[in-house]
Write a protein that binds this ligand. Structure first.
Ligand code: TTP
Ligand code: CA
Ligand code: CA
Length: 628
């Protein structure tokens, strides 16, 4: 249940940025001939032309939607270009998209505290940058206002198309505005600059919301798409929220929102205003009641987290209809593939970012033969994560068997699995200068290779098995092989971005600097398109982004990415080693070699909640069926 966080005393400037038709833009950069064309990215072509997962704005004009199959899209838009998502290990390979997202994060994180919220979304806390602008070069006394900022959409500012930009400019420069709005105006200028910079350096457009908190910024970032930004002045909050359906609010899309509708007759956020805080507390408890009361008033104290890397890594696949898995062998074969990918990603995270994942979780969806209406869910299972593909595969299969037993008893048949995913979570940073834990996890021969461990040198970490709620595990990518795709959320492994860094195309970069002078995204778009055409004619071929494959580009980008990440890390208070003690399972530490235990104990304060419960010394002992 959501809980109200204390609001900061000072006004803040928060932005939420979301890339436009993201996968399509990535494909358009790889193949610039697709720019400006109706285009969609599809998964799997073997059934009705594949499921659409991203649709360009040109195609949307024809009525093409993400829920369609390729054949249907071709029917409503015969000229559509369908691009197949890259495939590896018989499933979608999203690395190219993750890397592209990381490029954007690296740029955005230069201006303030930056939280990567999904594969194509970021929150920024721009309070300090806005304050600095307000004190050093306030818009009201600037002769020049960055052009893209004058194209902002300001809630409640109505004007004709003809004088729109003039009015926005006047709003940004108001001398009589209150301090909060002045900060917001600076935020709008900074975000416009960042969006142009993102476009110059990555060729991607994004949309943004700028407000005094995360909730409002997120709510409006998609309001004007593509390539636009929307600002929420405090004075417009009540009107804006009044007619908004409660289900659109973050955390109200599920059961809580349904209960508001069914039990209190609340359909819009405005309806919620009719209830006192006490009444809401009566229904939903003190914390959630207060949270609801504040949410209805656009108040949210939620902080932007300082996090450029994902909270967890996950990969999954769905097997709907006839594709459902019905034997242990079939499940094992798919789990092995998923675990192989997961292992590569956490190893890469370890090598490049010095981060260690602690928990492996398996989620599955299952149904029982002849029991279509059975409501029993396949329980999610977790255990401490052991590095090494083989170990992850072994543990994941044991987690599956344990879950299957809870779901279905000892029978071997009669079940079918319609989705599987494995997630590595509870990721913590290894402090710089720490070598022994890396040696321990990577084994003595660690280097450029991705070999992790000498299996004999890695003890089985004490495992635990239990139900893990979905909210514990973010960023699981689920891919359907038939008939439609669904990705909940996915984040990057930024190291991949470093490996895949883009090499700038010379012809394009010249045009980019011109766009910088003008400061307008629209201008850039028209210029860069012609730049791509020039390049194409010159080479006699359609240019693809070679930098993504080039090894020299990789090392350069690696340096670049690293610098950015370290710089961002330096923002946080004394951030040589920031460890949330709650994130480390004391039992996991207890199982490490003494050398490592001493090192870890040196970093962390003794945990008040350290569990003294013994769980057993081998992973297998934790896979026995849970007691009922
Ligand atoms: P979104 O941000 O939801 O959508 P989008 O970027 O394609 O379009 P918009 O301009 O409206 O923001 O998702 C980001 C990417 O995630 C999207 O390009 C493809 C992928 N994705 C899926 O693969 N399946 C899904 O169901 C969703 C929602 C997204
Ligand atoms: Ca998007
Ligand atoms: Ca998004």
């Amino acid at each position: 249940m959501p809980v109200a966080r204390p609001e900061p005393q000072e006004p803040r400037v928060i932005a939420h940025l979301d890339l436009d038709c993201f996968y399509v833009q990535v494909e358009q950069r790889r193949n610039p001939a697709l720019r400006g064309q109706p285009t969609a990215v599809v998964q799997y072509n073997d059934w009705k032309g594949g499921g659409l997962i991203a649709v360009s704005y040109e195609a949307r004009k024809f009525g093409v939607k993400r829920s369609m199959r390729g054949d249907e899209a071709k029917h409503v838009c015969p000229g559509i270009n369908l691009v197949q998502v890259p495939v590896s290990r018989d499933k979608a390979d999203l690395n190219v998209y993750r890397s592209a997202g990381s490029e954007v994060v690296a740029i955005l994180s230069t201006k303030g505290k930056c939280e990567r919220a999904s594969i194509d979304e970021v929150y920024l806390d721009l309070t300090d940058a806005a304050k600095e602008m307000l004190s050093e070069s306030p818009p009201e006394s600037s002769e020049f206002i960055f052009e893209e900022a004058t194209k902002s959409n300001i809630l409640d500012l109505t004007s004709d198309a003809s004088d729109r930009e003039e009015n926005v400019k006047a709003w940004l420069c108001r001398a009589d505005a209150d301090y909060q709005d002045k900060l917001l105006a600076c935020g709008a200028i900074i975000v416009a600059q960042l969006r142009v910079k993102v476009l110059e350096e990555t060729q991607f457009t994004c949309s943004a919301g700028i407000a005094h908190n995360k909730m409002l910024a997120k709510l409006v970032s998609g309001m004007h798409k593509p390539a636009q930004q929307t600002v929420v002045p405090s004075s417009s909050v009540q009107d804006f929220l009044a007619s908004l359906p409660v289900k659109k609010m973050k955390q109200l899309g599920g059961k809580l929102g349904s209960s508001l509708q069914d039990d209190l007759g609340v359909e819009t956020v405005g309806d919620l205003l009719g209830f006192t805080e006490e009444k809401l507390q009566e229904y939903y408890g003190v914390n959630t009641g207060t949270w609801l009361w504040k949410t209805a008033r656009g108040i949210s104290g939620e902080e932007v987290e300082d996090r450029l890397l994902p909270k967890s890594h996950g990969c999954g696949k769905t097997f709907p209809g006839p594709k459902a898995l019905k034997t242990n062998t079939a499940v094992k074969s798919w789990l092995d593939k998923l675990c192989e990918e997961l292992s590569e990603r956490i190893q890469s995270d370890l090598n490049c970012n010095k981060r260690v994942a602690q928990t492996l979780t398996l989620h599955a969806r299952a149904s029982k033969e002849n029991e279509c209406n059975s409501v029993k869910k396949f329980p999610s299972k977790s255990c401490p994560l052991r590095y090494g593909t083989g170990k992850i595969q072994e543990d994941a299969m044991k987690l599956f068997e344990s879950g299957l037993h809870d779901f279905w008893g000892y029978r071997n048949t009669g079940w079918s699995i319609t989705s599987l995913s494995v997630t590595a979570s509870k990721i913590f940073d290894i402090p710089s200068g720490t070598n022994s834990i890396l040696r321990y996890i990577k084994g003595p021969s660690s280097g450029a290779s991705s070999t992790i461990v000498d299996p004999s040198s890695t003890p089985d970490l004490t495992p635990f098995v239990g139900n893990v709620t979905q909210t514990d595990i973010a960023h699981v990518h689920e891919e359907q092989c038939q008939p439609s795709s669904s990705i909940k959320e996915d984040c990057d492994n930024s190291s991949l971005a470093k490996q895949c860094g883009a090499t700038e195309e010379k012809g394009v970069s010249k045009k980019l600097s011109k766009a910088q002078e003008s400061g307008s995204i629209l201008k850039f778009l028209s210029q860069s398109q012609s730049a791509f055409h020039e390049k194409r004619n010159f080479d006699g071929l359609i240019c693809s982004n070679q930098g993504h494959e080039s090894s020299s580009g990789a090392s350069e980008a690696g340096q670049h990415g690293k610098t950015n990440i370290n710089t961002a890390g330096d923002h946080s208070a004394g951030n040589t080693w920031m460890l949330n003690v709650e994130d480390i399972d004391p039992d996991v530490v207890g199982e490490l070699p003494l050398e490592i235990q001493r090192e870890i104990q040196g970093w962390i304060r003794p945990s008040k909640h350290a569990s003294t419960k013994k769980r057993g010394s081998t992973i297998s002992s934790y896979f026995s069926p849970s007691r009922r």
